[in-house]
Write a protein that binds this ligand. Structure first.
Ligand code: BGC
Length: 726
């Protein structure tokens, strides 16, 4: 009897105390026990531009990373940024993340991640460097197009399914760029000054959701500094908040070249060093890998006893976890399938935002003559933008998409303006010649001649992915459209007031011509299926349902950033570039709400070819204890089927601290047939009512009255209801 009792106790202890055999944690323990110091060191730094070593002796393969975030980047040379010129590495280019965010469709974000993950898997990648969830603080930031807008809740919510979809293929997401990388201007050295509450409420929530709710397996530490410390060495951000605060077991990978010394990298919470001895883009030191900060110099310091092996072991555990989580299971992934292209087209069409429509769209089937204007109608756009540049197997230009949609019509093209910018990078799949010899005046003259007797005139312009446009490494210099487009568009609109303007950009831009044109579409960068997705919306094959993930101010000066110290920053007494987030919480719509400023197009805004009527919002109770549900009926009152993004904002009626007028805390996208009504239900908890208390260093929901505002955009609230938090 006693023996049986002991045996039972022993097996219970074994179950509780030991990791299940073959579980990842068990395998990590087993591997760690067998590793030599050199093998441990080899695991925590790069061995080539995009890979790190495994442990050949123990059968652990190399770890391969790749950009990210819109498709799988073509191979580079082992030790160089230059393309390897492979012929088997073209991919499906998915729409930019701003477009995905504009769809406000979580299931589509999961499809995005899943399909992209299949391609990454097929290409043998363990880690896909994305998604990017930095907040759009200024319209000028060169990388807005790789992120998901100005609101932390929207960015976080859209990143979670993307990550889950990606990782369902055993490809790790690497959420970037943690944290405060909100400008490209001097990103490699700028120090960000932001107060604790703003950091917690605006700049960190999307990262927290990505790692806690999305379960991201890795994260990229950014180039910039915080508290005058490199983020990649910053133990407050990497250890206190990310690893300990959020209880996260993933691996921190440095941005390429973001590590600056061995002690900082060793003690700050970084796990894997990439891209050192480069400026991140074009300067290299050949075969520098042994002298990486986390290579031989690390080993020497361990031997001297100035660094601890337990710290090293924590890094090795995290990197091994990444290896085991992404280890091959005999599934190979897929490349450029019909489904990938379908998903690409679907995301593109769902993300396009109809910003204005004076009854011109959708275009009629019977159109006989269509004139397409603007350089972006023919310019390849999956190339450029720097690290997110892709080699697409195909890219359908807007002109081509419109031609395919109207095979029997006369589709005339005139470029109307010329950027003079070559296509960046090596891959130009355009079937069109994008060079030009005519003068600017002649281009307008020819465009005006072409529009005679046209049923439709469509101008496809905006930004492109050259430096100082939507491109990593530099910010835009102006909020205006480049290449004199404002004037060109106004000129053409004078002749054709029904002009349809399709804006290609990943950032907000000025549109002083808004009231002079007939229709405006926000077209983003849509990847391989660009032209098809644009044509789907223009023709009404797809009823537009995208909503803006950021505000388009009428002019830059209306926005929260008004001083040089706020942007691009000022040099301090020690020669360091300092940027001050003096606007605090008031980023995007939070700012325009506070100051009652009318914008060109507000956050959350987007039109449809049908109309929606909102009923009355109802709450499950007048008081909230832990949870509350708010529901509202929405009816399609128009003639075509369509989708509406119903948005929930929370307003705190009485607070001991200053709070934004309202904040997004829920959204649902619903599809409705004509005449159909659906009830949308939001369930919120105390987290939706909380602010970050700097005294307590934690989140607090204060008792009192709150208003739930339900609407079609941040400025179009259709119904509201008040409740109390007990
Ligand atoms: C970028 C990262 C990118 C990395 C590798 C860096 O310059 O900031 O986003 O993933 O390069 O290409």
């Amino acid at each position: 009897m006693r023996f049986r009792y002991n045996a039972l106790l022993l097996s219970c202890l074994l179950i509780i105390g030991c990791k299940e055999k073959n579980s990842i944690e068990y395998r990590i323990d087993e591997t760690l026990r067998q590793l030599t110091l050199d093998e441990k060191i080899a695991l925590i730094h790069a061995q080539s531009k995009f890979s790190s070593k495994g442990v050949p002796r123990l059968g652990i393969p190399e770890l391969w990373c790749d950009d990210g975030p819109h498709g799988v980047r073509p191979e580079t040379l082992w030790d160089e940024w230059d393309t390897a010129s492979w012929t088997n590495d073209s991919c499906t280019a998915f729409p930019s993340l701003t477009c995905l965010a504009a769809s406000w469709d979580r299931s589509l974000a999961e499809e995005y991640g899943k399909n992209l993950g299949e391609e990454a898997r097929y290409r043998g990648k363990n880690v896909l460097l994305g998604p990017g969830v930095n907040i759009c603080r200024t319209p000028l930031c060169g990388r807005n197009f790789e992120y998901m807008g100005e609101d932390p809740y929207l960015s976080g919510q859209m990143s979670v399914p993307y990550i889950k979809g990606l990782q369902s293929n055993k490809v790790a997401a690497c959420v970037k760029h943690y944290a405060l990388n909100n400008q490209e201007y001097e990103r490699l050295q700028v120090n960000v000054n932001v107060d604790e509450r703003t950091l917690q409420e605006i700049y960190l929530p999307a990262f927290r959701m990505a790692v806690q709710d999305g379960g991201a397996w890795s994260l990229m530490s950014s180039y910039n500094k915080f508290q005058n410390e490199w983020v990649s060495h910053n133990s407050y951000l990497l250890k206190d908040i990310l690893k300990d605060g959020w209880n996260w077991d993933g691996a921190v990978i440095s941005d390429w070249g973001a590590v600056h010394d061995t002690d900082g990298a060793a003690n700050g919470g970084l796990d894997l060093e990439f891209g050192s001895h480069t400026n991140g883009v074009d300067q290299n030191v050949a075969n520098a890998y042994d002298s990486y900060y986390m290579a031989q110099p690390y080993k020497e310091k361990l031997k001297e006893g100035t660094l601890s092996e337990s710290e090293l072991d924590d890094k090795v555990r995290r990197v091994l976890r990444l290896h085991f989580r992404t280890a091959s299971d005999g599934y190979f992934g897929k490349m450029c399938t019909d489904e990938h292209y379908e998903v690409c087209r679907k995301i593109g069409a769902e993300g396009i935002v109809l910003l204005k429509n004076a009854g011109i769209l959708p275009m009629k089937k019977e159109a006989r003559k269509i004139v397409v204007l603007g350089e972006n109608a023919i310019r390849p756009m999956v190339v450029g933008g720097s690290s997110s540049s892709l080699k697409a197997q195909h890219e359908i230009s807007p002109l081509e998409g419109i031609r395919r949609a109207y095979p029997d019509a006369e589709v005339v093209y005139e470029r109307a303006y010329y950027s003079g910018e070559p296509t960046p990078g090596k891959y130009n799949y355009s079937q069109y010649d994008i060079t030009e010899t005519r003068s600017a005046e002649k281009l307008i003259e020819d465009a005006l001649a072409a529009v005679e007797n046209a049923d439709y005139v469509i101008f496809i312009g905006g930004l492109n992915k050259n430096k100082k446009q939507d491109c990593e490494g530099k910010d835009r210099l102006s909020y205006d459209l480049p290449y004199n487009q404002n004037e060109v568009i106004e000129n053409i609109a004078e002749r054709c007031p029904d002009l349809i303007y399709v804006n290609i950009s990943g950032s907000p831009v000025a549109m002083p011509f808004r009231d002079k044109v007939g229709a405006i579409l926000q077209g983003w960068y849509l990847g391989s299926e660009t032209g098809n997705a644009i044509a789907d919306v223009l023709t009404g094959k797809v009823n537009p349902s995208g909503k803006l993930p950021f505000t388009f101010p009428s002019k830059l000066e209306d926005g929260p950033i008004r001083t040089e110290r706020q942007y691009p920053g000022v040099t301090d007494g020690q020669g360091r570039l300092q940027v001050y987030y003096d606007e605090g919480l008031y980023v995007g719509y939070r700012w325009y709400d506070k100051h009652n400023i009318t914008t060109l197009f507000p956050f959350g805004y987007g039109m449809s070819y049908t109309t929606f009527e909102y009923g009355e919002a109802k709450a499950s109770s007048h008081t909230m204890k832990d949870r509350l549900t708010i529901s509202i009926p929405v009816k399609n009152t128009g003639k075509s089927a369509g989708a509406e993004v119903v948005q929930l904002y929370i307003h705190d009626q009485e607070s001991t601290v200053d709070r934004p007028e309202k904040e997004l805390k829920g959204f649902e996208k619903i599809w409705l047939e004509p005449g159909e009504t659906k009830t949308v239900t939001f369930t919120i908890g105390k987290d939706a009512l909380s602010f970050y208390d700097v005294e307590k260093h934690g989140w607090v929901a204060e008792k009192g009255a709150f208003t739930a505002l339900v609407g079609a955009s941040s400025t179009d609230i259709r119904s509201s209801i008040t409740f109390d938090l007990k």
